[in-house]
Design a protein around this ligand. Sequence first.
Ligand SMILES: [Zn+2]
Length: 80
Amino acid sequence: MADYVDDIDRAQARDLKINAIEVSTAVARIRTAAQAEGCDDCEGCGDLITEARRRAVPSARRCAPCQAVLERRAYLGKGA
Ligand SMILES: [Zn+2]
């Protein structure tokens, strides 16, 4: 009886592991797709990214002001 229960436990543990792998794979796939498509809301401030910006930069993940701040920081980080 104990062996039978152990088998069930192992099978459930294995199923849970498989489910976790499937979920993380799906999340990674969605994240990749979202990055390729860009997004509606800015990652920096949460405001809506303007349609003009999304049209100009389809993969944009930040609004123009947030992107400018980010690029400025990166520039200053390199230069200083
Ligand atoms: Zn923003």
